[in-house]
Design a protein around this ligand. Structure first.
Ligand SMILES: *[C@@H]1O[C@H](CO)[C@@H](O)[C@H](O)[C@H]1NC(C)=O
Ligand SMILES: *[C@@H]1O[C@H](CO)[C@@H](O)[C@H](O)[C@H]1NC(C)=O
Ligand SMILES: *[C@@H]1O[C@H](CO)[C@@H](O)[C@H](O)[C@H]1NC(C)=O
Length: 364
């Protein structure tokens, strides 16, 4: 599909535009953790912070970087009025008047997808209304076939890179500046059963209850479950804790509250701005992120939840596990080893970052 290289290139250019101005500051992986808004502190960090975030920040609320906000680094030579620091993943036509193009959609569905799972991906996409822009991340190199089978595919963005994970793609192609127009982003796996799920009804519930990070409940009678808190309940529209659960002596701790899993998370715009920063560039499986999503909202016990009224079945198809570099069994073992190694690396980076932050606070 011709559009794939084009959009990939476009995304890289846009990312380069956004990230380009951050590179003059040398950033170690540890410092990256410190780039969250609460890091404040040293001048290198806050100027980096200002550079990356200023386009979103109301200049009156962030004293000192107001000028940067109007002229992000790299754009100094331009009159501020021409600077566009945000984009989207909406396709535009090559003809007609730009101001009569179809508007960017309100929400985004982003899925990692392999061709063998196309029937399920099709079923999933059908549950998302026209209010969604759709992007598929292809990890098997098969992209053109989708257009032949599914008419919606022609209106989707296709990004292709061999054997990469959802979090690898998300870090590279879902920069917060690119997702700025979307109220919510669904960052989903391809192996979810969606018979009892509708995206718009889901969003109504999320909005009503002020959930910044959420997931649909899992129908554990039909599919897999890893944590009790994500299992669908029958009592109401949504739940936030596993209070009283067998494995929840302390309901204020993960995974008993402030927790959703990585297979079907839904993020508000603000939450995603934060989560994107937490994704490590080299840790591609995303293991350990779920236990830290809570950091990206003000009140984890109130703003993270599981939607029961719109629920899914987790089939748990191990599509990526078979894509290592060994024969099937060997491949799985090696991929799994890496997943655990990444999880430990992430945990220790987070612990070190917490320690460094605590230390810097105690000095001031
Ligand atoms: C900036 O933030 C202040 C305080 O939060 C608010 O009163 C003002 O309306 C905001 N300005 C813009 C342009 O959003
Ligand atoms: C895609 O899914 C819809 C709804 O489930 C179904 O009607 C349609 O036949 C599917 N398309 C293909 C090509 O299988
Ligand atoms: C879930 O979907 C299936 C298939 O459409 C339907 O038979 C079933 O009644 C639904 N369950 C609920 C609780 O709505």
């Amino acid at each position: 599909m011709r559009i794939v290289p084009f959009l990939s290139a476009l995304a890289f250019v846009l990312l380069g535009f956004v990230l380009g101005f951050s590179f003059p500051v040398s950033i170690t992986p540890k410092l990256q953790c410190g780039v969250l808004p609460w890091s404040g502190g040293g001048s290198a960090r806050s100027s980096f912070l200002g550079r990356l975030w200023s386009p979103f920040w109301n200049s009156s609320s962030t004293s000192g970087i107001g000028n940067v906000a109007r002229k992000p680094e790299g754009a100094e030579r331009l009159p501020p009025g021409i600077v566009v620091s945000e984009s989207d993943l909406h396709l535009r036509r090559l003809w007609g008047s730009p101001n009569k193009d179809a508007p960017v959609r309100k929400y985004l569905l982003a899925m990692a997808a392999g061709y063998t799972e196309r029937a399920n991906v099709n079923a999933t996409v059908q549950k998302f209304s026209d209010n969604f822009d759709v992007v598929l991340f292809h990890y098997d190199g098969r992209t053109t076939e989708w257009d032949e089978e599914f008419h919606w595919s022609k209106e989707a963005v296709h990004v292709s890179a061999m054997k990469q994970t959802k979090w690898w793609f998300a870090k590279r192609f879902l920069h917060p500046s690119i997702l700025a127009p979307y109220d919510y982003v669904f960052l989903w796996d391809e192996d979810l059963g969606v018979e009892n799920f509708t995206a718009e009804a889901y969003i109504d519930i999320v909005r009503k209850h002020g959930l910044e990070i959420s997931q649909p409940g899992l129908d554990a009678t039909k599919g897999k479950k890893a944590y009790d808190v994500s299992v669908k309940r029958d009592a109401g529209e949504m739940h936030k804790t596993d209070a009283g659960g067998r494995r929840c002596p302390d309901v204020h701790k993960r995974p008993c509250s402030g927790f959703v899993e990585v297979m079907a998370p839904v993020f508000s715009r603000d939450a995603w701005r934060c989560v994107w920063h937490m994704i490590q560039n080299d840790l591609i499986h995303g293991w350990g992120l779920d236990f830290n999503f809570w950091r990206c909202v003000d009140d984890p016990e109130e703003q993270v939840g599981v939607v029961d009224a719109q629920y899914v079945v987790h089939h748990g198809v191990p599509t990526l596990r078979d894509q290592g570099n060994g024969d099937k069994q060997g491949s799985r073992a090696k991929v799994k080893d890496r997943q655990y190694e990444e999880m430990h690396a992430f945990d220790s980076r987070m612990a070190n970052a917490d320690k460094a932050l605590a230390k810097s606070k105690s000095l001031t």
